[in-house]
Every structure is written in structure tokens, then in C-alpha cells.
Design a protein. Structure first.
Length: 99
């Protein structure tokens, strides 16, 4: 059994300063990075749902892979919610500053 390392596209993109699509992050900025991250979370959730359906229908041979996929999707959604809460908190803090 080969264990695949977890790769976070946000960390690798932020470390290199380039997006996977050839540096569009430098031109697109934060919006394209955010779009890519949300797309990755969506793909993870969709993959988890498909594997869950295949397990329910009896087509999935390994329940461990299904559980790993479900846990990865859950962690991705939890991280997204945490980041959203931090951004909203920072926005509220900036808006409450007196000029």
C-alpha cells in the first residue's frame, strides 16, 4: 500500500508565487487564487460524494479509500470556513477603525 502525501495547492502556489496555470496568479491576483482554492475544495467534495455513492452501490472495493476521501473533503471544507471567518473578522475590524 502506497501512502500519497497530502498536497495543499494553496501552500505550493503561495510559496512559488505562481499559479499552476503558468503564472496567472501574478496577473489575476487574489481573486484567481481564491477561485482556484474554492474549485479545489469543490472537486474534493464532489470526489468524496462519488466515492460514497459507489460504496453504497457496492462498486467501491476499499472502504478505507472512501473514508480517507470523505475526511479530506471535510477538512477542506472546515479550512475554507475558518479562512472565511478570519477574513470576515478582519474586514469587520478594519471597518470599525476610526479615521
Amino acid at each position: 500500500m502506497v501512502i500519497q502525501p497530502i498536497q495543499n495547492p494553496l501552500l505550493t502556489t503561495a510559496a512559488t508565487g505562481k499559479a499552476a496555470n503558468g503564472g496567472a496568479s501574478a496577473q489575476g491576483g487574489f481573486g484567481s487564487l481564491l477561485e482556484q482554492a474554492i474549485g479545489s475544495v469543490n472537486q474534493s467534495v464532489t470526489n468524496s460524494m462519488q466515492q460514497g455513492l459507489s460504496l453504497a452501490s457496492g462498486a467501491a472495493p476499499n472502504i478505507a479509500n472512501v473514508m480517507i476521501s470523505a475526511t479530506q473533503a471535510q477538512l477542506a471544507v472546515d479550512l475554507t470556513v475558518q479562512v472565511r471567518d478570519r477574513v470576515i473578522g478582519a474586514y469587520n475590524q478594519i471597518m470599525s477603525m476610526q479615521v
